[in-house]
Design a protein around this ligand. Structure first.
Ligand SMILES: NC(=O)c1ccc[n+]([C@@H]2O[C@H](COP(=O)([O-])OP(=O)(O)OC[C@H]3O[C@@H](n4cnc5c(N)ncnc54)[C@H](OP(=O)(O)O)[C@@H]3O)[C@@H](O)[C@H]2O)c1
Length: 304
């Protein structure tokens, strides 16, 4: 596999070209919100996909989409040329690591796509021969549509080998350099922005309500203008529809990621006042009965 496949075999994002793609054998470990979407996108792109999840019932429905649903990690990764992990955090990923390495082929590439921070990425990569630090931007909808943005760091030949598979669930790939941990650092930089944006939408909606305004007026006022953002409209709509109970990204994950941000910048000169305020807002709601709601539920944290 070294040197990677010929790019002409893989015409652009494979999700857009089912039927033309050279099929790879891909294992997806973790079929939560993101893993399930990625697995379905890979299947649509023509890859052969096996899946494993700690709670088997959560993986079983993927069988109807054509995935091979396995009960053992070893069975899942055996024969796979690319293994994707999309587990909750670094600790969960380290838990599966020994089982994964036991059965993964020597030329297979491990594409680690959960948000685990740069230290987590380096820890997970330790002792792994062909590893890519490849977290993703996007949420439930983009994962299902094969439209995630993959942030990638690792050796060029390893990245090239995995690229046809990554293209199966990504609309874009942003290369962050060869050093493992760079992509995970970039992911935290991006999440700092997203988390702030969603908290800002929540604050403005809560504020509108307190000022006896219809909060929909806020979304209408920014719509299509230079200060609008798709995520503002999507999360704003979820707040106004009261549909935060179906999470695209649940609050504990946001709080986990903000914790990773603090760890990552601890030894730097970055001031963290804004990050502290953002963490407080999400934590306030995470400690309530809305814990399992989408991050958009942060708006509740702005009310006394
Ligand atoms: N959702 C998003 O919008 C989004 C976007 C970008 C990145 N991410 C990142 O992608 C990763 C997955 O997110 P998600 O939203 O898909 O989370 P999720 O729906 O909560 O799924 C978490 C997955 O991790 C598994 N897991 C947790 N602890 C485990 C352990 N100790 N051993 C084995 N498996 C374990 C869960 O298995 P069970 O089903 O058995 O609990 C499940 O498969 C996270 O790192 C998240 O930060 C999420």
């Amino acid at each position: 596999m070294s040197g990677g496949p010929d790019p002409k075999d893989f015409p652009g994002p494979t999700g857009a070209n089912p039927g033309r793609v050279k099929s790879a054998r891909v294992a997806v470990l973790g079929t939560g919100v993101m893993g399930a979407g990625v697995a379905r996108s890979l299947l649509r792109a023509g890859h052969r996909v096996s899946v494993w999840n700690r709670t088997h019932d959560r993986a079983a429905p993927l069988g109807r989409s054509g995935a091979i649903v396995t009960t053992e990690i070893g069975e899942c990764v055996l024969d796979a040329s690319v293994v994707i992990t999309l587990l909750y955090d670094a600790s969960a990923t380290l838990d599966v690591k020994p089982h994964l390495l036991e059965s993964m082929g020597p030329e297979a590439v491990w594409v680690q796509s959960a948000t685990i921070g740069p230290d987590g990425a380096r820890q997970v990569a330790r002792g792994v021969r062909r590893f890519l630090d490849a977290p993703v931007l996007g949420t439930r909808g983009p994962a299902e549509a094969g439209q995630l943005v993959s942030l990638v760091s690792g050796a060029a030949d390893v990245a090239a080998a995995a690229r046809p598979v990554i293209d199966g669930y990504s609309s874009r790939v942003v290369e962050a350099g060869p050093e493992i941990g760079r992509a995970s650092a970039l992911k935290l930089v991006c999440n700092a922005w997203v988390d702030l944006l969603v908290a800002g939408v929540g604050q403005s909606i809560a504020m509108a309500e307190q000022l006896d305004l219809d909060p929909a007026l806020f979304l209408r006022a920014i719509e299509g203008g230079p200060v609008d953002a798709p995520v503002a409209q999507a999360k704003g709509a979820a707040i106004l529809d009261d549909s935060t109970g179906v999470p695209s990204f649940a609050l504990p994950g946001v709080v986990k990621d903000i914790g990773l941000m603090f760890s990552a910048v601890a030894a730097t000169e970055l001031r963290t006042e804004l990050m502290v305020a953002m963490r407080d807002a999400y934590e306030r709601v995470e400690e309530t009965e809305y814990r399992d709601h989408d991050m958009a539920a942060v708006w509740r944290g702005f009310l006394r």
